[in-house]
Design a protein around this ligand. Structure first.
Ligand SMILES: [Zn+2]
Length: 179
């Protein structure tokens, strides 16, 4: 199972300081609800874009639950599940800001937006008024998420944490019974 946690570091800082080593698991296993203790279970590598659009390889902390035998990994919230480009750059793209990372990944970000818009109906059906704001008319997902959550990173974290759904898709790894 994958959890998304708030991380104050940039991808660069996270990588330089090997911050995955300081990630703490929750007291209660999000898969089975037991407090038997999640113990460290190595890490895995994934790619993420940094501030200037450069690709970095970071480690994601993984834990193992002694009660259910499942694993739980903790993704820093500057990253989107299964997407290379950092959430801040996607947010900048949606705002029409042309910073360096946005320029580097223009084509990929256009595709992310297309995927988010294609998924909007299902996302809105799942969340409803759950973010404290009425769902938008006409599927304008980004202004609605921004108003409700403040930033795209906060929105993506909230969607996974509370509604077990991503911006683009509902993934098995965010469900308690998933991998
Ligand atoms: Zn468990």
């Amino acid at each position: 199972m994958q959890r998304v946690f708030p991380c104050a570091l940039s991808p660069e800082r996270y990588e330089q300081t090997q911050a995955h080593r300081t990630v703490r698991a929750e007291a209660v296993c999000p898969r089975c609800g037991e407090a038997a203790g999640l113990q460290r279970h190595g890490s895995y590598l994934r790619w993420i874009t940094g501030e200037a659009g450069r690709c970095l390889r970071i480690c994601i902390a993984r834990f193992w639950c002694r009660a259910c035998g499942g694993t739980v990994s903790y993704l820093p919230d500057f990253a989107l599940p299964y997407r290379l480009v950092a959430v801040a750059s996607f947010g900048a793209y949606l705002e029409g800001r042309h910073e360096r990372a946005v320029q580097c990944w223009q084509g990929r970000l256009r595709e992310y937006r297309r995927q988010m818009e294609a998924f909007a109906v299902r996302l809105l059906r799942c969340v409803g008024c759950g973010l404290g704001r009425a769902p938008p008319q006409g599927g304008q997902v980004w202004p609605w998420l921004k108003e409700a959550c403040g930033s795209l990173g906060a929105a993506a974290r909230e969607l996974v944490g509370t509604f077990r759904i991503g911006l683009f898709k509902r993934y098995q790894c965010h469900q308690p019974a998933g991998p």
